[in-house]
Design a protein around this ligand. Structure first.
Ligand SMILES: Nc1ncnc2c1ncn2[C@@H]1O[C@H](COP(=O)(O)OP(=O)(O)OP(=O)(O)O)[C@@H](O)[C@H]1O
Length: 236
């Protein structure tokens, strides 16, 4: 199963605020995109629309599964998952119980051993029996990633996935995002990580797509200059 997205002239307004203005792009299977831009540039707004969680005020967006147009959000959400600021996990369930619940929700039939392996991949194997509400912020972030990976999506939408993670957590996520056939779209203020991991870059500025770049032939210095053009500061 492959997933592609094409959107054109997408705009989103919240009352008087123009969050996105006539943004057009395409996402092909295997694309790894970093979305960059200053605070309020429209990155999360775009990600929410791509996640089918928000509708644009105007413009067109079309999703294809194996080349067939699909406009059923429920079906699409089986193939794309979203790691947002909200953990979307149950505070009074343990890490493992949360994964069992998500497993049933997506009807994936993974065994406890497979769920254990997933916890291992995100570095949470030692905390399988810990209640989610008693997990530290970084642990919660790791478990949120496990939730997003569990359905084995074709596209992972990632809003600041590195926030709250220690160095080991960042390294694990880097490894996961570099060694996957999944497409992903990453919103980040970490310019270096955004460059290292992605093969495409969408730079937003005041709701507009200022630059859409491919990594081939684009040095880190040149990339930084494009980012600086939208007056961003380099992240850690
Ligand atoms: N639900 C909302 N209601 C009203 N305004 C909103 C809403 N969501 C976003 N906005 C506004 O839309 C604009 C774009 O916000 P968005 O969250 O997409 O930016 P961002 O690039 O993700 O910013 P940041 O880097 O700070 O997370 C901002 O001016 C924001 O205040």
């Amino acid at each position: 199963m492959s997933l592609s997205i094409r959107f054109s002239e997408l705009s989103k307004q919240f009352g008087e605020t123009i969050a996105l203005w006539r943004v057009s792009e395409q996402l092909h299977p295997g694309d790894r995109v970093s979305i960059l831009g200053h605070n309020g540039a429209g990155k999360s707004t775009l990600l929410h629309i791509l996640a089918t969680l928000s509708r644009p005020s105007s413009g067109d967006i079309s999703f294809s599964l194996d080349g067939e147009t699909c406009d059923n959000p429920k079906k699409l959400r089986n193939h794309l998952t979203f790691l947002s600021h909200e953990p979307m996990l149950y505070p009074d369930l343990t890490a493992m119980e949360n994964l069992r619940f998500i497993n049933r929700l997506y009807q994936r039939n993974l065994s406890d051993a497979q769920l254990g392996e997933l916890l291992e991949r995100v570095g949470m194997a030692d905390f399988a029996e810990r209640l989610f509400r008693t997990c530290s912020r970084g642990m919660q972030q790791r478990l949120s990633l496990a939730r997003a990976l569990l359905p084995q999506p074709k596209l992972l939408l990632l809003d600041e996935p590195f926030s709250g993670l220690d160095r080991g957590g960042v390294e694990r996520m880097k490894h996961l995002f570099s060694n996957t056939e999944m497409s992903w779209i990453l919103v980040t203020h970490h310019l270096r990580l955004g460059y290292e991991l992605a093969n495409r870059f969408w730079i937003l500025h005041r709701g507009r797509m200022l630059h859409s770049l491919h990594k081939r032939d684009l040095s880190y210095e040149a990339y930084l200059r494009f980012c600086e053009g939208s007056s961003m500061e380099e992240g850690a």
